[in-house]
Design a protein around this ligand. Structure first.
Ligand code: NAD
Ligand code: UDP
Length: 311
């Protein structure tokens, strides 16, 4: 049976992959986006589809929404250079935007899925990070607009769940990469691939010893969908790839190798409050969702490199 699903942030990297997957399964998607970092070309594969309705709108403002069975709330700036430029709007969409989506979920008894982030753990003192870890976040630092915005969104989601019985889920998403990352959005995989194909230097912030665990987009979308469809899930669930924790330096070397070997690697100053390491403990996702990422970095990175070469 066709289900109507709302996806906020639908024109973004993750939102567009999720919408494609949901439509391919026979659902109707109502996508909302203000195109601040989303791009129309991300939805090229759904152009003309009667099963995608695109609503242009800013979720930090009141907006009218159709009834739906499931709501995936992904709208938010996600890359550090972007949210550092618009900290107020970042806090607003995570606070007011999330409140608006939760109220709507309650009205139509929809299941609500929040796209939260591993950034709620800040610069973690516990490694790998289980959901039970409360985090180590600078509440007034430059990244706090995002970190605290998402922490507030999580708190709001749990409050609506406890007090107002919204059937809510929280995905703590760890660094995800793949085709359709915006080439200019400043995240490490896209920055390195763009520079690599141009033969320009790959710029590492700091020593390059800091790590991230990289999850391919198809695996992440599978995890999100399973989280939304699971019978019962209490509290947040980490989604990310613990097998692919790499240092930024190693990633840079791999990208130079994949893109023809013409680029050099240079070091800039360390970014402020940049987390030193990050790796998800995914025991909860494995147990409750039967989910584990399948795509190795070698395979995912080479698919992403091809995409960037052709785009
Ligand atoms: P993205 O920037 O590609 O997508 C975000 C989308 O939200 C964009 O299309 C943007 O235009 C839209 N948007 C932003 N503010 C909005 C507003 N006020 N109203 C309406 N639309 C708005 O980023 P992404 O990587 O696809 O991230 C999607 C979600 O997943 C975000 O909530 C992000 O915090 C979360 N997340 C992503 C990652 C990752 O590695 N990709 C990691 C952790 C969390
Ligand atoms: N980074 C880098 N060069 C770049 C972009 C990012 O060295 O051109 C570093 C960044 O400082 C961080 C890591 O790569 O240590 C991951 O950055 P990204 O912005 O992709 O994600 P996040 O910091 O949100 O995990």
């Amino acid at each position: 049976m066709k289900e109507t699903v709302i996806v906020s942030g639908v024109a973004g990297f993750l939102g567009s992959h999720l919408a494609e997957r949901l439509v391919a399964e026979g659902n109707r998607v109502v996508g909302i986006d203000n195109f601040s970092s989303g791009r129309r070309e991300n939805l090229e594969g759904l152009r003309g589809s009667p099963d995608l309705t695109l609503v242009r709108g800013d979720l930090a403002q009141p907006i009218s929404l159709p009834r739906a069975r499931t709501i995936y709330h992904l709208a938010s700036p996600a890359s550090p250079p972007r949210y550092l430029k618009i900290p107020v709007a970042t806090l607003e969409v995570n606070a007011f935007g999330t409140a608006q989506m939760l109220a709507h979920a309650r009205r139509c008894r929809a299941r609500f899925v929040l796209a939260s982030t591993s950034e709620v753990y800040g610069d973690p003192e516990v490694h790998p990070q289980p959901e039970t870890y409360w985090g180590h976040v600078n509440p007034i630092g430059v990244r706090s607009c995002y970190d605290e915005g998402k922490r507030f969104a999580e708190a709001l989601t749990m409050a609506w769940h406890r007090e107002r019985a919204v059937d809510a889920r929280i995905a703590r998403i760890f660094n995800t990469y793949g085709p359709r990352m915006a080439p200019d959005d400043g995240r490490v995989v896209s920055n390195f691939l763009v520079a690599g194909w141009k033969g320009e230097p790959l710029r590492i912030h700091g020593t390059g010893k800091q790590t991230r665990s990289l999850c391919y987009v198809d695996d992440l979308v599978e995890g999100l969908v399973r989280l939304a469809r699971a019978e019962t899930v209490e509290g947040p669930v980490n989604l990310g790839n613990p097998l692919e924790e790499v240092s930024v330096e190693t990633l840079a070397e791999r990208v130079v190798g994949l893109t023809g070997g013409r680029s050099t690697i240079v070091h800039d100053a360390k970014a402020e409050d940049d987390p030193e390491r990050r790796r998800p403990d995914i025991s909860k996702a494995k147990e409750l969702l039967g989910w584990t990422p399948r795509i190795r970095l070698e395979q995912g990175l080479s698919a992403t490199a091809k995409h960037f070469r052709n785009s």
